[in-house]
Ligand binder design. Sequence first.
Ligand code: PMP
Length: 443
Amino acid sequence: MNRPERVPVPNNLESFWMPFTANRQFKKDPRLFVKAEGMHYWTSDGRKVLDGTAGLWCCNVGHSRPKVVEAVQRQIAELDYAPAFQMGHPKAFELAARLVNYLPSPLDHVFFTNSGSESVETALKIAIAYQRARGKGTKTRLIGRERGYHGVNFGGISVGGIPNNRKFFGSLLTGVDHIRHTHDLSRNAFTRGEPEYGAEYAEDLERVIALHDASTIAAVIVEPVAGSTGVLIPPKGYLKRLREICDKHDILLIFDEVITGFGRLGTPFAVEYFDVVPDMVTCAKGITSGVIPMGGVFVTKDIYDTFMTGPEHMIELFHGYTYSAHPVACAAALGTLDTYEDEGLLTRGAELAPYWETALHTLKGLPHVIDVRNIGLIGAIELESIPGEPTKRAFTAFLEAYEKGVLIRTTGDIIALSPPLIISKDEIDEIVATLAMVLKNLA
Ligand code: PMP
């Protein structure tokens, strides 16, 4: 693509209250993208930046891909919107029927939302309503995990385990508890793929169940691989053990696959990668490759049938969004699925993973690097923090890498990487070489 025109930084930055951004700092030194194509962004000052993060873990097919662009353009001109309740349009049914093929039976129904946060709220509400519909109305408690991220709505921050996302917002949902996280560098530093040690952390669920009694617990929600809190990869056997404990106590297991869904691990969903089948799977991001907001919740046949055959007042789920299964989002998703399928992208991560892993682990030994970890096409480099400044080193690395033309993401002092699934080996080398240069010079 031709280099886009340089665009002057606008002089009207004040009114936009930016999300998850230190606004005052940003507005002094703004970073603006004006164009994207394939693996790259272009900045307003005319620089090309290699996308090492697929936007925010979402642009899995790369940017401005023709099938997606055309599908969206065609759809807006043809049917811009259809009422979401008591009405439908063909593409919503076509999309649902195609999507359920990516998950094993019995996960064969999908409820559409507009984001990961909405998918989480939907799954939590379905869990509680399902227990009630099958005559187990005392099962209302929800169990999340420390260092879990499940979006920013009240349900999501309640089951989530990030102190800053919770502590400013009042008393949150009642009846929520957390199991411990699985991150353990004392035993698992510099692991390639799934860590060897820590399956026993799943037993913490037994502790919480003993505390509250299984008859009060509706569901457990975890990210198979926690992304936003720094790429926490489950130890071997951990997720299987969670499934066993949930089965033993008749508790639903929800996988939040907002990041891991749609090829991130080299399989369509993490369900297949870890060979563990939960009762619900949330998704968003990669469903439309980030082009139009959309999310979804996959549920088992049993959950769906319980509502459809349950007491009369439950046959309808009293939940939904004006934009559930929005026609333009459905078109974007269908164009995205076509691209995944035509280019084999949902399994491309598995082919590239060995190269990705070897390349990333060359960063071991550079200053301040206390861990390198990877799974599928996700990677993380954890840095030793400057005492009292727990985010400074990684954020400096982010700014330096951006200046050098590579987009990375940081959380605390962890650098997270999740490139579009179309990345080439040369581009993997470029990311790693840039990071090596940045890390060598980091104070
Ligand atoms: N769940 C997980 C696991 C996520 O990673 C995210 C976003 N990073 C969300 C939920 C929230 O998604 P959204 O920002 O689309 O609301």
